[in-house]
Design a protein. Sequence first.
Length: 330
Amino acid sequence: AERLCSSKPAYGASGEAFDGTLRLGFALQGEEVTLLGSYWKLPDAPAASTGDLCNRVVSRTHGGSGTASCSREDEAAVWALLQEPLQMLFGTGSCSWATLTVEELVDRYQKDPLLLTIALTRVAAGQIGVCPRTAEETMLLAEKMACECQDPTGSCVRAYLTRTRGTLAARRAGGKPDWASAAAFHQKVLDAMPRNAGSSYFLGMASLTDGDYPEAGAYFARSLSYDCDYACAYNQLATCCFLMGYHKAALEICEAMQLRHGRIASSHHLTAICLYAQEAIADPATTDKEHFAASRERAIAALRRARELQRAKSWGQQEEEMLAALLGEA
């Protein structure tokens, strides 16, 4: 789709044309949504360059080719399209959706049970971590409306409702998610929609929590076969392989993930851990010294990249010690 799309070019500091992404900032002032400004976010490479498509079409929040200013004309044209729906979404006036209560949603959309079921399920999902009782009551109402859905796409809506029910069950205990409680709901989704990537992933998480790494890995692989951009599934599949001692397979999965999600720190972090583990169990007498040195340099680069992307988050003493060991400072 990206290859066939034709976008208005954004010009970087060098004067080269980029397939950028326009970002607008807005704020709620009183009852009105007000435009703050806009700019272009640019990908790594100019539109006319050859090579990897992602480098030309995926704009980066951090890194890439930076940003570019947006003309007043383009800003005004986009804002003219967005202002009214944004006001309805986030404003506080009488036409705003943001202030609708559950009762008002039912009153407004009772003739469209499909849309109402989606809206109520979204409300319930937002209440899970805030007020579980309200979430439960709203879910019961959504389930009642789902029974009235005769539309052919109703099965998709019911699947979404069931997944949300699983999330409610997982969070009900408080603290960390209880994946085992959610498993029955996600299995129900798969029974109805076998190619659902999300439920395959969550069943994998339940198996991973139980320590059944082969079964968890099978679910994560299944999830990826349905959605090859599912970053979490890549990460957990690589983790399963690592925990089973399949370091080479874990590395290959990390590499595949980085082709699509090169700025997710966990894949670089796990790459470093796999290489570190391989070095730890290798026999120095039978390991080629050049290969050994290249592997270590790769692990150092991966760990530094993870630290850079994490920006000090989730970076602790263990990571510092591993980096020091790889650098020969430990």
